[in-house]
Write a protein that binds this ligand. Structure first.
Ligand code: GLA
Length: 747
């Protein structure tokens, strides 16, 4: 890597991109993050639309103003609690440390910085900071990706103090914006089991802050997904200034969007320490999770597209691969299967055009702890060996059967968990989270407990068990990683009494360690992150996993809202969306098969039912739907998302995906409720097309009569976008899909 600039605290040694006189313009195609060193403190001079010359924003910087609530006169790039060289004292800040000598404050001085142009075109900036009075060091990293307009950032902490330090707050993002704002809004995702990714939007009044926190050790994406958008001024899908932030962390996290009495804005995101501070030994380095920031002046839609592009290009393990159409056995058979049940499912899904079969829960455990349908979910977790009574020929034979049918094979695991009724817990009672002197609380089935992933011996054991199955099953292509319990007994037998607070961080670091080891054995595996549905829906998991299970609620009506929310931050290729039986097992709602397909087609489509229960007509329809999906999946899974009509505003959703070269697009209108002569859909003004090109419009995945009168017609992008397309809705759950293909001029 070419080092283009090394900036000493005193000034800049050598000229480089965007760097001058201790100023750095970390620019992407459309944004700039300009940082400057002022009296030894790194400050933000600008975060917003791209500027060519960092000196201009430095010249426009406010000459100094009364102390604000954040306690900093200038806008710190990493705001910490403690003495502040610019303004005396910062009472807030995202890092709060009790040092080895008991001192509670920190004063970070910029020691050195290095700016580098990476071989792949990204730009890296590393700021070294050290406490003015003790050997406590913080390194702040930034990596700017020009094409996706994103900036990755993370923090490393290390020290050589005389004893351990306590990290009372340890945020990754603690950014005070240089410009004040009067109209501030926050969009975030909330939910619970079966109701993931519901949108929440609120204003932040002066002197208030919006705080998003999960307080969960495992299924942390539920209460507050570690992702949000802060809007400044009026914001819509297509207009307005928006900063987006995602945190790559599956443990307890907290974010805060604060507006002080003088309208100064502070943005924070990081690991939540409210349930336990972190104790860091001298000489050890703690790497805090990565956060990703993006900015757009084109509203929330562009912020979503920026995250999706970053995820596919820079983060997901196989971000550019197309995902298979799979059948997962869970809703079709639950625990009650034999090998014959599974082979039947394979035959049927293959006949409908499916490409993979995934065996869900119920295949493991042995003897009295077998996970079979008599004891259901009360035994076996922790014992990752095939149950010979259920599958006498074993997993490898089953995988070979799939491959013989032209299918790939996938398998469910719940590696973070155990049942007290398991051989693992029989042998290693001290490997599960528990608290001395308190009765052990059991989760699902009354016997489910969480493994102590802070314990290296536990991680080794789980990793070895996974590796053994993976190695013995060469035809395994996919792993569904589940996690169906939370910290009910929040104590780690492996951590000393005075280090119990570290569990909240070390558990999640341990989860990534095991995932990383699995990835290293089989880099080609497709891995699904699942935690009772969408509990692991985060970019922390997605550094190792290819996709997440959006929700255990597979009702297509409810999925419209959940997938709409998930799409705010996460790309379609990462959203597991399955066609299931109707009435839905959870909600009992009845929806047409076409509607269920159309909703699943907006994500990574699959099946989760027993196809033998389908009528011959449904099988014929499904075969055609799978063929349609395979044709449009490059657009859905790799294209740009444009949200047209929100289900939060209308009794329907409309969205479209456009290929990067704008030659292909697919439009979905997903009708929820129908109101005759008063709630008909309005014409959809399409987006993202090439105004000057002509597109052939074809309604696909049809069942019954057409919803548009332009089926088969060729129209220019300008009319499709400027005038709009009216798509009929004839009843509840009536949906339509249009495929648009650019045609050569003159055709
Ligand atoms: C969780 C998952 C489901 C399924 C079951 C199996 O609830 O979210 O998809 O795998 O566990 O027990």
């Amino acid at each position: 890597m070419k080092v283009l600039a090394v900036i000493a605290a005193a000034g800049l040694a050598g000229a480089a991109w965007g760097a001058s006189a201790a100023r750095v313009n970390l620019a992407t195609d459309n944004t700039s993050l300009v940082l400057g060193l002022t009296n030894g403190t790194w400050t933000v001079l600008h975060y917003g639309a791209r500027v060519a010359d960092a000196a201009d924003v430095a010249a426009l910087d406010r000459p100094g103003f009364a102390p604000n609530r954040m306690g900093v006169r200038k806008s710190a790039a990493y705001s910490v609690y403690g003495a502040d060289t610019l303004n005396g004292m910062n009472a807030f800040g995202g890092l709060a440390v009790q040092h080895a000598d008991g001192t509670m404050s920190t004063e970070l001085k910029g020691a050195a910085a290095a700016a580098e142009e990476m071989p792949d075109g990204r730009r890296r900036l590393v700021l070294e900071m050290t406490d003015a009075a003790r050997s406590f060091h913080v390194t702040q990293h930034f990596v700017a990706d020009p094409a996706s307009d994103t900036v990755e950032t993370w923090i490393e902490i290390r020290h050589e103090e005389k004893g351990p330090v306590r990290l009372l707050r340890m945020d990754t993002v603690a950014l005070t914006l240089p410009n004040r704002e009067r109209d501030v809004s926050v969009l975030s995702l909330t939910g619970h089991w079966a109701s993931e990714s519901q949108l929440s939007v609120s204003k932040v009044a002066r002197g208030q802050s919006v705080r998003l926190t999960s307080r969960s050790g495992v299924r942390s994406a539920w209460n507050a997904n570690p992702a949000w958008m802060a809007g400044f001024g009026p914001v819509t899908e297509t207009a307005g200034r928006v900063v987006g932030c995602v945190l790559a962390w599956d443990g307890s996290s907290a974010s805060e969007i604060a507006r002080d009495p003088t309208d100064v804005i502070e943005l924070r995101a990081g690991v939540e320490t409210a349930n336990g501070y972190y104790t860091l030994e001298p000489g050890r380095e703690l790497v805090l999770p990565k956060a990703v920031l993006t900015y757009s002046e084109k509203g929330r839609g562009q912020v979503s597209r920026n995250f999706h592009r970053w995820a596919r290009d820079r983060h997901l393990p196989h971000g550019h691969d197309l995902r298979d159409v799979l059948l997962n056995s869970w809703e079709g058979s639950r625990f009650a299967f034999t090998e014959k049940t599974l082979l039947d499912m394979m035959d049927h899904v293959r006949a409908m055009g499916g490409e993979m079969f995934v065996l869900d829960d119920g295949w493991f455990g042995s003897g009295e702890f077998a996970r079979d349908d008599r004891n259901r979910a009360t035994a076996g977790l922790g014992d990752w060996v095939c149950n010979p009574e259920k599958l006498p020929r074993g997993l490898a034979a089953l995988a070979d059967e799939a491959v013989a049918r032209g299918l790939k094979f996938g398998l469910w695991f719940e590696p973070e968990m155990a049942n007290t009724r398991s051989w693992l817990v029989e042998r290693h009672r001290d490997w599960i989270l528990s608290e001395p002197d308190r009765p052990l609380r059991g989760g699902r089935g009354g016997t489910q407990v969480v493994l102590d992933l802070a314990n290296p011996a536990v991680r080794d054991n789980v990793s070895k068990q996974l590796a053994d199955v993976v190695k013995a099953t060469p035809n395994l292509s996919y792993v569904k990683w589940d996690a169906n319990a939370d910290f009910m007994n929040p104590g780690s037998p492996s951590l000393p009494r005075d280090r119990q607070g570290n569990l909240w961080f070390d558990y999640t670091a341990g989860y990534y360690d095991i995932l990383g080891r699995l990835r290293r054995i089989r880099p080609d595996l497709v891995i699904q992150a699942c935690a009772s549905g969408g509990g692991h829906m985060s970019y922390g998991s997605l550094a190792y996993c290819d996709e997440f299970w959006v929700s255990d609620n597979t009702d297509a009506h409810d999925r419209v809202y959940m997938q709409w929310g998930a799409g705010m931050f996460y790309p379609a290729c990462a959203q597991g969306a399955h066609v299931t039986a109707s009435p839905n097992q959870r909600t009992k709602r009845t929806t047409p098969l076409k509607f269920r397909f159309d909703v699943a087609m907006t994500g990574r489509m699959g099946f989760e039912l027993h196809p033998k229960d389908m009528t011959p007509e449904e099988v014929v329809f499904s075969r055609a739907a799978v063929a349609d999906y395979k044709r449009i999946r490059p657009i859905v899974q790799q294209g740009d998302l444009y949200r047209l009509v929100s289900p939060y505003e209308e009794p329907r959703a409309a969205l479209m995906y456009v290929s990067a070269d704008k030659s292909r697009a697919v439009v979905f209108q997903l009708g929820l409720r129908y109101g005759l002569n008063h709630d008909e859909p309005l014409p959809l003004r399409l987006e993202g097309l090439d105004a000057a090109r002509r597109y052939r419009v074809v309604e696909i995945n049809r069942s019954g009569s057409l919803h548009v009168k332009i089926d088969g017609k060729t129209l220019r992008g300008d009319a499709l976008m400027g005038h709009g397309v009216e798509i009929l809705q004839r009843g509840d759950f009536d949906s339509a899909v249009l495929e648009l293909t650019a045609v050569p001029d003159g055709e």
